[in-house]
Design a protein around this ligand. Structure first.
Ligand code: NDP
Ligand code: HSE
Length: 403
């Protein structure tokens, strides 16, 4: 029997215990040995919960116990998760985490430490919730040269955008629902401002390049400025609005960004709704492949953490190779990235079209019946820098969504 510990008995941590208990037999068979949760570290006591007997408040009890071989870090945040993880790895205990904030900030260092101590640092649950995207990139796509990763990487914001469009529901009410369902971050600004998706695309980009992509260099915009009328303009163009994490190699450079984007209705990503995530990868041999599933929530996320635990148990005493090293990968400035822009303008098209074409080049006008006081234009492809320069000439711009 292999003894494991869970750090943080919240949404994901309690799910880890549930998955290990519910699928005990299958997990034991696949791991080659039974897996038992010996301790759960948390601040609270969980009086009356069957886990109560195994709760400890002192991390050193777990770190000093030689029986503990694997730890599931589902506390979240940088500290004390970083310190606890480092200590665990240095004592030869593997760590499996759902904590993307920590993976994006210190993943390369933690994987190196694991490598030096014959244990592993795994983080399948850190991107795409229950979707096995990390192992797919590390293993199944290992013969591929990837040049494009794009997708819906945050369940909370996809849930909000879906309900805003489908039901016309108010942003704050849907966000509250997402929090109650256990999808949102402790501070939901991380979801709605795009920071969570930014960390996830940084992790996927780091795997792509094999070097550390610092999330702080990734241009990030969330969904807080999306208004009900934006969906009407998108519909007029037969598109959906999705918060997209993008990492792409073009002839202009190597780019990563997170922002709301217009996605054509025929694209598979456009059909990814509610809490689901969808990640599309383009690579030179396989061409396009798509990965879809629940991007947040207790059991899907916990299942991914437990999948990593099984992997560690199968390879006890060895180290699963690091997905990327600590060398910093510098990306190209986003100003050079080329795309189209849907620009909403106050006023009438007749009065502004000529000036707009002079500034942006050829544009397509878009009008919606519910908005007589404004209109929109869709530009041709131009660089972000060219767009920003042209936009400076217009005080009438209400908002812009990339396409
Ligand atoms: P929760 O807030 O539900 O759970 C975190 C738990 O850890 C809480 O019980 C918390 O206690 C406990 N905790 C916090 N700090 C300490 C500490 N210093 N010592 C002991 N226990 C501590 O978060 P989630 O389960 O939702 O998320 C956990 C991690 O997984 C985060 O990194 C999150 O980003 C990630 N994640 C979450 C997903 C989801 O769908 N919820 C999906 C994918 C990843 P207390 O509540 O008393 O503070
Ligand atoms: N808050 C995150 C989301 C959790 O909504 O996608 C999963 O990483």
């Amino acid at each position: 029997m292999v003894q494991v510990a869970v750090f943080g008995y919240g949404t994901v941590g309690s799910g880890v215990v549930e998955v290990l208990e519910t699928n005990q037999e299958e997990i034991g068979r696949r791991a080659g040995d039974g897996i038992r949760v010996k301790y759960v570290l948390d601040i609270r006591d969980f009086q009356g919960d069957p886990i109560q007997e195994r709760i400890v408040h002192d991390v050193d009890v777990i770190l000093a116990d030689p029986e503990i071989k694997v730890i599931c870090e589902t506390m979240g945040g940088i500290e004390p998760a970083y310190t606890f993880t480092k200590k665990a790895l240095m004592s030869g205990k593997s760590v499996c985490t759902s904590n993307k904030e920590l993976v994006a900030a210190h993943g390369a260092e933690l994987m190196r430490i694991a490598g030096e101590h014959q244990c592993s640092y795994l983080f399948e649950a850190s991107v795409g919730g229950g979707i096995p995207i990390i192992r797919t990139m590390n293993d199944a796509l290992t013969a591929e040269k990837i040049d494009r990763i794009e997708g819906i990487l945050n369940g909370t914001t996809n849930y909000i955008l879906t309900k805003m469009e489908r039901d016309g529901a108010a942003f704050d009410i849907i966000l509250k629902e997402a929090q109650e369902l256990g999808y949102a971050e402790r501070n939901p600004a991380a979801d709605v401002e795009g920071h969570d998706a930014c960390r996830k695309i940084a992790i996927l980009s780091s795997i792509l390049y094999g070097h550390n992509v610092d999330y702080k260099q990734i241009y990030t915009e969330g969904i807080t400025k999306i208004m009900p009328r934006d969906f009407a303009y998108a519909k007029a163009l037969d598109c959906k609005i999705k918060l997209i994490g993008l990492s792409v190699i073009t002839k202009e450079g190597e780019f990563a960004m997170v922002s709301p984007r217009l996605v054509p209705s025929y694209s598979p990503i456009a059909s990814v709704n509610d809490v689901f995530n969808g990640i599309q990868i383009h690579s030179n041999m396989l061409d396009t492949s798509l990965y879809y599933g629940r991007g947040a929530g207790k059991l899907p996320t916990a299942s991914a953490v437990v999948g990593d635990v099984v992997e560690c148990v199968k390879k006890l005493g060895t180290s699963i190779p690091a997905a990327w090293d600590e060398t910093e990968k510098k990306l190209t400035e986003i100003g050079a990235f080329r795309q189209r822009y849907l620009v909403r303008m106050k006023g009438k098209p007749e009065a502004l079209m000529q000036k707009m074409e002079d500034a942006f080049g050829k544009v397509q006008a878009v009008q919606i019946p519910e908005a007589a006081d404004e209109f929109a234009v869709l530009t041709e492809e131009m660089s972000e820098r060219e767009y920003q320069d042209a936009a400076e000439e217009f005080t009438e711009i209400i908002s812009m969504i990339r396409s």
